[in-house]
Structure formats: C-alpha cells, structure tokens
Design a protein around this ligand. Structure first.
Ligand SMILES: CC(C)(COP(=O)(O)OP(=O)(O)OC[C@H]1O[C@@H](n2cnc3c(N)ncnc32)[C@H](O)[C@@H]1OP(=O)(O)O)[C@@H](O)C(=O)NCCC(=O)NCCS
Length: 177
C-alpha cells in the first residue's frame, strides 16, 4: 500500500475518471459536479490517493478553504470525498492516516463533515469529531452542513480553543467541499 498527493493540474485522466465514477456511485448525482483537470498549476485542491500495486484503492480531497470567525481568517484544508473503493481492507484508515501525516508535516488544519455512523471511524483514525460547532458553520447565509458532525485534525493544537472563544458564525468562502 502506498499513498501520493497530486493536484488537480497533475492528476491523470484515468484517475480523475475513476474518482468521478466512484463519487457519483457513493454520494449520488446531486453533488457539485465532476472534477476536472485544471489546465493551470494550482494546489487549491489536492487529491490524496492510496494505491495497492497499480490499483487505486482509496482517495480523498483536500480543498483550500478560508474560514472567518469574527474578522479573523484561517486557511484550512477542507477534507472531503473520502472513499475506500475496496472496503474493510484498511485502505480507508491508511488514507486518513496519510492525510493526518500530510497535515502534520505542513502544519495545516484539516476539517470536514461526516454522518453520525462514521464518528468511530474518524475517531479511530486520530481525528476530533464533534457536533459542538456544526450549527455555526455558514456559507453565505446558509448553514454549511446542518446535520453533520464536524471532524478535524489540528497539528498546532489551538483551533478548538479559538472556536470556543466566541459563539460567532464560522463563515466559509466555499460551499461544502
Ligand atoms: C468510511 C470508509 C472510507 C472506511 O474505509 P474502509 O477501508 O472500509 O475502512 P478500514 O478498513 O480502513 O477500517 C478502519 C477502521 O474503521 C472501522 N470502520 C470502517 N468503516 C466504518 C463505518 N462505516 N462505521 C464505523 N466504523 C467503521 C473498521 O471497523 C476499522 O476498525 P478497526 O481498525 O478497529 O478494525 C468507507 O466505508 C467508505 O468509503 N464509505 C463510503 C463513503 C463515505 O461514507 N465516506 C465518508 C464521507 S464523510
């Protein structure tokens, strides 16, 4: 098993096609649309890929997201599209651990949302999972993901403290990623 990080500029046509097919199968058609190869270099969206031999086994995305709380902005990595193509073989855990290592090495906060039945999975992979802040997340005037748990990994360790400082809304510059 190995992992790699590619950008939406460097990802291959074959891999992005597999990811788009899997996303549609797992999350449904009403998602934000297929990912496309970006013609210009950018690292706004990263893809974490887990492969076994030449087979893609799991993937997830890390989207650059700006969060603003009471005029203070944080650039975080929005964790999304977490999928193990082959389930129950440890690929999902390896994916989330690889994302954690990347966040640790680059000193970035990673933050996403998940359904209640996945709380144990993310906890087991070393992420904090809570509903404490769910209702405060906003994109424009709408709640970001009203029924979900918020999950994050913070290598620096004071994000939770910053969130607790106020009850203000946490504005995202992106719709749910
Ligand atoms: C969630 C998902 C990524 C897990 O990947 P996976 O490769 O099947 O998980 P692993 O084999 O690495 O399991 C790791 C651990 O998590 C547990 N686990 C896996 N799926 C779980 C689930 N749905 N609920 C609770 N625990 C789960 C496993 O039992 C295992 O525990 P253990 O190490 O104590 O034995 C995978 O089920 C998936 O792709 N689901 C559909 C897409 C999805 O819902 N993505 C999340 C969006 S927020």
């Amino acid at each position: 098993m190995k992992h790699s990080i590619v950008t939406s500029h460097t990802i291959s046509h074959e891999v992005i096609a597999t990811i788009n097919t899997q996303r549609r199968e797992v999350f449904g058609d009403d998602f934000s649309g297929d990912f496309e190869i970006d013609p210009t270099p950018t690292n706004n969206r990263l893809f974490m890929l887990v492969e076994d031999g030449h087979d893609l086994k799991a993937f997830g995305t890390l989207q650059s997201v700006q969060l603003t709380i009471s005029d203070v902005s944080y650039v975080v990595r929005g964790i999304g599209n977490i999928v193990a193509i082959e389930r129950g073989g440890g690929f999902g855990r390896y994916l989330m651990e690889s994302i954690r290592t990347y966040l640790q090495d680059t000193e970035q906060i990673g933050l996403g949302f998940c359904a209640p039945h996945l709380v144990d999975f993310y906890n087991g992979c070393g992420y904090t999972v809570t509903t404490d802040y769910t209702s405060r997340f906003r994109f424009q005037d709408d709640t970001l993901n009203p029924t979900s748990y918020v999950l994050w990994f913070d290598p620096i360790g004071d994000f939770d403290h910053q969130l607790r400082q106020s009850q203000d809304f946490i504005y995202s510059n992106q719709p749910f990623w």
